[in-house]
Design a protein around this ligand. Sequence first.
Ligand SMILES: [Zn+2]
Length: 300
Amino acid sequence: MTVLALDVGGTKLAAAIVADDGTPLEARSVPVPRQDVWGACAGLLRQVAGMGAGPVTAVGIAAAGPVDTITGTICPINIPEWSAGFALVEAVRGLFPGARTELVSDGAAATLAEQRFGAGRDVTDLIGVVVGTGIGGGLVLGGRIVSGRTGNAGHIGHIVSPYGTTVCACGGVGCVETVSSGPSSVRWARAHGWEGRDGVALAADAEAGIGIAAAALERAGTALGQAIASAAALADVERVVVGGGFARSGGHLWRPMLASAARHARLRFIQRLRIVPAELGALGSLTGASIVAAGHDWIT
Ligand SMILES: [Zn+2]
């Protein structure tokens, strides 16, 4: 049985063969091209499929949201070519006729992977949060993805934040993504006189004791903690796994995040909430997509 996984992110496409223990083998990735995104996806899939021992039996697709698991289409905010929706499942089926093909949101895939093989393997109920250029997430209850009607449950980045004042990429106003994502934090710091380039520089400057950089991370972390406490109460979970590039910003982000979550998570059933770093890294979505595609009943 050869299971392939494809991850269509906002900035990067990745594909791999995934072993039974969830390890992506021979993973390949390319930046999302401006044009012919499907051509790039197909090229990656053909490349990794050629490394398999036998015919491809299943393909799991993790995609940046919004996804539509009813129609098998996706329209990621960061891929303009597909803004009207692209029938990704149908296209993948065309490449591998006969293979089982499943689509999940990348946040849900990453969360399921953490529950099976990562920082949530000792619990069955958790929320995953992916803090990077945007803020994604997923919800796993009873060891299965809660996908919602169209596959988008768990979009924690679009919980409204008390700090939020600006228009979000989703069209709404004040989503936590507009406060706590890497680019949003950089934008706030720059508006307050910081002159650095990106989220990595922001974290380094906070670590070096530059006040405005530390304040930007404190604001981001506090808002994230509030959103996490809200979501944890809604979903009744005991674990939240936080990953993504900007989540690696260190204590200046994590301390205020944990403190504000503790301040707001007061109900008895979430008082033991633990917020921990993701363990699987950027390839977690590939692992999660492969688990779904392998045919077990992993989606509610
Ligand atoms: Zn939004």
